[in-house]
Design a protein around this ligand. Structure first.
Ligand SMILES: Nc1ncnc2c1ncn2[C@@H]1O[C@H](COP(=O)(O)OP(=O)(O)OP(=O)(O)O)[C@@H](O)[C@H]1O
Length: 508
């Protein structure tokens, strides 16, 4: 055992304009350990790791790797120091094979002196050593999300990384894939790799890490041995107050149907039937949850219900109006009917990264009073509206004039939710409401969704988090293979039964 830490940070500071993202951070990460980094949205976790990986330059402070002070001016420097990072959004080329992706960017490296054959041998060795089985000749586009993530990890190991940083790796995974990932992280640690894991999921922190570092408002506020802490303590350290993990709901008082789907279907451009004979209702004053392994039609269902895609068959009635293949309605018309939509993919469909937060806060509603008069946008009114939403939904920083892309992921999500919920919609469609969101904000968002339901809104929530569906929904629909394969009252459901229904092992 060496006396040096794998990584030591001393007095790291980083500001973006007037926002101090990281302040005076000093920490040690020990060899062959799994260290978790937790903290609220915007606490500075990703910024700190981006500094370590050479994506950002620190304004002040020192980085030591294996006891040596190092300058990180680019990811190339970090890779040279044996540090690799797996991002939440994968950086693979879809049309290339696994092997081609692996060597992309490593051309000219020592391994490639032996050509493709040597790379293939090395890939097989790494896959075997770390339990990361993938087909080297498969096209990345044909792999599942979990497999793609394994390729990302292999890519980092292939470049010789001994220190692996993962930024919210499970945000895109199913529960089964997440378990598999945690198992892989344990193997990596046991083989001497140092792992740093950023996640909002305290279950993962408690199950896999050795040490947890808690950040709040840019600072490290606590460090704990995982075996000596609990979800409750970590939550309180992160948020600065006690967090409730579950809450009581008033009994459901469902009113008139706001959404009625009968035999709805969607055949896509490849002639695949992605929605097949879908029939269900959502009534005023209830929350209907859609559970399922991602990729089983939930995304397409939300797209059809919000007017983004036109169904190819069946009937759909929303807020009393037919809006199906024979009576098409686009998203703007849906909004007119009182439909609000929080899309699953916030970066592509929820906001425009290059727009200001104030512009994001009215996206889709920009031609309405009080934001627009005589075709002219009223800047001060938009700014005021955005500032109010930011205050109510605790979006940080409270700066309407900042680019949407400058907000942390969780704060972007809060801004989109604020925009859609502020309209007091009649029907609220929400995809993955708390993906990438910290636990304080999860509590807040769930409370707001329940308040909307109690105020008479019809709410449809699609989530891959069964715990989320169980804590929010009054009724649960289970989707598999583009069909609704079961329906249960939330009171009669548990994670195990839903899991079995999702995989088709049990019918409702
Ligand atoms: N490129 C940037 N330009 C301006 N501000 C930024 C930039 N990147 C991050 N910030 C700000 O720095 C702060 C820290 O953000 P960071 O992304 O590090 O938080 P985080 O803890 O990773 O949050 P999350 O859990 O939501 O991903 C936030 O206030 C964020 O708005």
């Amino acid at each position: 055992m060496t006396s040096h830490a794998a990584i030591e940070l001393r007095g790291i500071d980083k500001s973006f304009g007037s926002v101090q993202a990281v302040r005076g951070v000093s920490l040690r990460i020990e060899h062959g350990s799994i260290t978790g980094i937790v903290g609220e949205n915007g606490a500075g976790k990703s910024t700190l790791m981006s500094i370590l990986y050479g994506l950002y330059r620190a304004d002040a402070g020192e980085i030591r790797v294996e006891g040596r002070p190092v300058e990180m001016t680019s990811p190339r420097d970090a890779i040279g120091q044996g540090i690799g990072m797996v991002h939440q959004h994968f950086m693979l080329v879809d049309s290339f094979t696994v092997l081609e992706n692996l060597i992309l960017g490593a051309e000219g490296g020592p391994l490639l002196a032996g050509g493709l054959a040597a790379a293939r041998t090395e890939l097989a060795r790494l896959a075997h050593e770390y339990g990361l089985a993938v087909d080297p000749d498969a096209r990345v586009a044909d792999l599942s999300v979990g497999e793609q993530q394994r390729v990302e990890i292999l890519k980092v190991l292939f470049r010789g990384a001994r220190i692996l940083i993962l930024d919210e790796p499970s945000a895109v995974l199913t529960p089964q894939e997440t378990d598999r990932l945690l198992q892989i992280l344990r193997v990596l640690r046991d083989r001497g790799v140092t792992v740093v894991l950023i996640t909002h999921k305290l279950r993962e922190i408690l199950s896999v890490t050795d040490t947890v570092i808690v950040m709040r408002r840019g600072e490290v506020v606590a460090e704990r041995a995982t075996s000596k802490t609990s979800a409750e303590e970590l939550a309180e350290l992160m948020v600065g107050r006690k967090v409730r993990f579950s809450f009581d709901k008033a009994p459901v008082r469902a009113g008139e149907p706001r959404l009625v789907a009968r035999g709805l279907s969607l055949v896509d451009g490849r002639r695949v039937r992605v929605l097949d004979d879908i029939s269900f209702e959502v009534r005023a004053g209830e929350i209907v949850g859609v559970a399922g392994v991602s990729g089983n039609g939930q995304t397409e269902l939300l797209q059809v219900l919000s007017g983004i895609r036109r169904p190819t068959g069946g009937t759909l009635e929303v807020c009393g109006r037919r809006v199906d293949a024979d009576h098409p309605a686009d998203p703007a018309e849906m909004r007119e009917l009182g439909v609000a939509h929080v899309p699953e993919d916030r970066l592509r469909q929820g906001l425009v990264p290059a727009f200001l937060a104030s512009e994001t806060s009215i996206l889709g509603y920009q031609d309405r009073e009080p934001f627009c008069h005589n075709y002219l946008l009223d800047g001060p009114a938009v700014g005021k509206h955005c500032a109010e939403l930011m205050e109510r939904f605790d979006v940080r920083p409270r700066t309407p004039g900042l680019l949407s892309s400058s907000f942390s992921g969780g704060n972007q999500q809060k801004l989109i939710l604020a925009r859609e919920m502020a309209r007091h919609p009649r029907l609220l469609l929400v995809g993955q409401p708390t993906r990438g969101v910290d636990i304080g904000a999860i509590e807040f968002i769930r409370r707001e969704l329940i308040a909307s339901r109690d105020a008479g809104c019809a709410v449809l929530v699609v989530s891959v988090e069964l715990e989320e569906i169980l804590s929010l929904a009054d009724r649960i629909l289970v989707m598999s293979g583009g069909r609704i394969v079961g329906e249960v009252a939330a009171a009669d459901a548990d994670e195990r039964t839903l899991g079995l229904m999702m995989t088709g092992a049990r019918a409702a």
